[in-house]
Write a protein of this length. Structure first.
Length: 543
């Protein structure tokens, strides 16, 4: 049995050797072949001679993941289930319960149920903690417990969940789930149309074009394209969506790699919908990859004014390469460069700090747009007009990552009621309640300066310092902690916006959130006002 398992693991390794032999790395083949031989010899001896029984598949999985972690976070090994998930994300449809979930060791947390889909129909709400699926307890399932929620259409699954300390049970009838790339579009006023593009799956161009044409038919003379929180997706969709607003034959993006076949220029190939309609594109720190291709190239071509906050800065292109037994390697093959020739990659994964974190690029190179405006590389897409509430900061991100905003929204939902979106308001008292909520929690936020100071005082060199220095160190730490508490007020606008968005979805789903944004979102209001001032719009673009 052991030999069979070993054979199953070694075959992919040998296959990789043949793959490499036929690639552009022929000059390095001897060194690669040597290292593979060392590894396979080690793997064989380890499995045959280790004191206890080993699991070759688990050992190989660990070895692969650790190897890839040394590169970048986008180069990943995909098992058969991962490959299916990857396909589903690109296709924009699957069969399941229709909810965003997050898996933990002992529970599956409902993050957002989609309106009128199975989870919502079964009564599940954001914040519900699924602890049992059928007869299986989530804490006893080793990996991918959330996969048990998926299944064929018209099948059902019973789940047991916790809500505000109470245990409940419900049956969810699975359905076909359609994941729209454009979940919302609407006329803001008599002549300005608004389109939300949330992902770049295979539906992206089709749905964006349909929304654009419908808005134009309803009198839209200006368009706002919202790419905020859009993590990207298919490169071809990014090019085709850009093509809706620029002529056929225009260069959108270039990819450069050490592998010649991956060096390509991507130009528009279709007739555009409208090359003249005034256009504003909204971005923020969670707009990445394909979102940055669209916003960056439209900025480079002086075709749109970019409004919001600096985008994420992902200038790396991945491609899935087929391996054996239905697995794949999603590997970074090249960097992409927008129309002006700039690469917007923000983090340098090949140079890291002492903790292994990628270094942020700090040296920027200037490029020029079609009209001669200055833009820069290596730092995402910097908007032409920056909006304070769209910006991200370390404190807000930590509050989001630690679920403080999410959990507060859950508690708030069960204590307050709103009948209409127009009734919704988070006032002064509620934000004070949130600050108290954070203070009472176990939330810890350590700044880089604070961490560095602690490391110095924890080192052997601290013995060289006098008691006066030590006392000053303690006083400085106390002052830093007070400043961190004060930062909840300093970054109130950004934090409150995230609070409002999270709470709104609980009552009115995504549609209600977008409706609220049309009336209250600072970036949308700024974009709408700009589109009313044609001379200012043209001035920004250099016309």
């Amino acid at each position: 049995m052991k030999r069979i398992l070993l054979k199953r693991v070694l075959i992919p390794v040998i296959a990789i050797a043949f793959l490499i032999a036929g690639s552009s790395f022929k000059g390095d083949f001897f060194e690669i072949a040597k290292q593979i031989e060392i590894f396979t010899t080690l793997f064989k001896e380890l499995n045959m001679n280790y004191v206890d029984e080993t699991n070759p598949a688990e050992l190989m999985d660990t070895a692969i993941k650790n190897m890839l972690e040394e590169l970048d976070p986008y180069t990943k090994f995909l098992n058969e289930q991962d490959v299916e998930t990857f396909k589903i994300n690109n296709q924009g449809k699957y069969s399941g319960i229709g909810a965003v979930v997050r898996s933990f060791k002992d529970k599956i947390l409902i993050i957002e149920p989609y309106e009128n889909y199975p989870a919502d129909k079964a009564g599940l709400k954001a914040g519900d903690e699924i602890i049992k699926i059928g007869d299986l307890t989530v804490s006893q399932i080793q990996d991918n417990a959330d996969e048990l929620l998926k299944g064929a259409n018209n099948t059902s699954v019973e789940v047991t969940y916790l809500r505000q300390g109470q245990t409940k049970t419900t049956i969810i009838n699975r359905e076909a789930i359609e994941v729209d790339a454009v979940p919302f579009y609407k006329m803001i006023n008599g002549n300005t149309g608004y389109i939300v593009l949330s992902k770049f799956n295979q539906k992206a161009t089709k749905q964006t074009k349909e929304a654009l044409l419908d808005l134009k038919n309803n009198g839209a003379n200006n368009i706002i394209l919202d790419l905020r929180d859009n993590p990207g997706g298919l490169l071809t969709e990014a090019i085709n969506i850009t093509n809706l607003f620029i002529p056929k034959g225009e260069l959108v993006v270039t990819t450069k790699s050490k592998v010649k076949k991956f060096n390509r220029e991507y130009k528009t190939t279709n007739q555009p919908v409208d090359t003249e309609i005034p256009l504003v594109v909204l971005v923020n720190g969670r707009s990445a990859s394909a979102s940055e291709i669209v916003s960056g190239s439209l900025q480079d071509l002086d075709r749109a004014v970019i409004v919001g906050a600096r985008s994420f800065g992902k200038g790396l292109v991945q491609r899935p390469l087929k391996l054996t037994y239905g697995t794949q390697l999603k590997v970074t093959i090249s960097r992409y460069y927008t129309a002006s020739g700039r690469c917007i990659q923000s983090l340098d994964y090949w140079n890291r700090d002492e903790d292994g974190n990628a270094l942020k690029n700090t040296k920027f190179q200037d490029f020029t747009t079609k009209n001669g405006r200055k833009v820069q590389d290596r730092g995402g897409v910097l908007p032409d007009i920056e909006i304070a509430t769209s910006k991200t900061n370390a404190l807000t991100q930590s509050l989001i990552n630690d679920n403080l905003i999410f959990d507060f929204a859950t508690d708030y939902f069960y204590k307050n009621t709103f009948d209409e979106v127009s009734d919704f308001n988070i006032g002064e008292s509620e934000y004070e309640n949130f600050k108290s909520y954070v203070a009472k929690s176990s939330f810890e936020f350590e700044t880089k300066a604070e961490k560095a100071l602690k490391e110095v005082m924890a080192s052997e060199e601290s013995n060289l310092y006098s008691s006066e220095v030590t006392d000053n160190y303690k006083s400085l730490l106390m002052a830093m902690n007070k400043d961190k508490t004060a930062a909840l007020e300093k970054y109130r606008k950004e934090i409150q916006k995230n609070l409002e968005d999270e709470i709104l979805k609980r009552y009115f789903y995504r549609n209600g959130l977008y409706e609220y944004h049309l009336l209250h979102d600072e970036a949308i209001l700024t974009a709408t006002a700009l589109l009313k001032d044609n001379s200012k719009y043209k001035e920004i673009l250099g016309y």
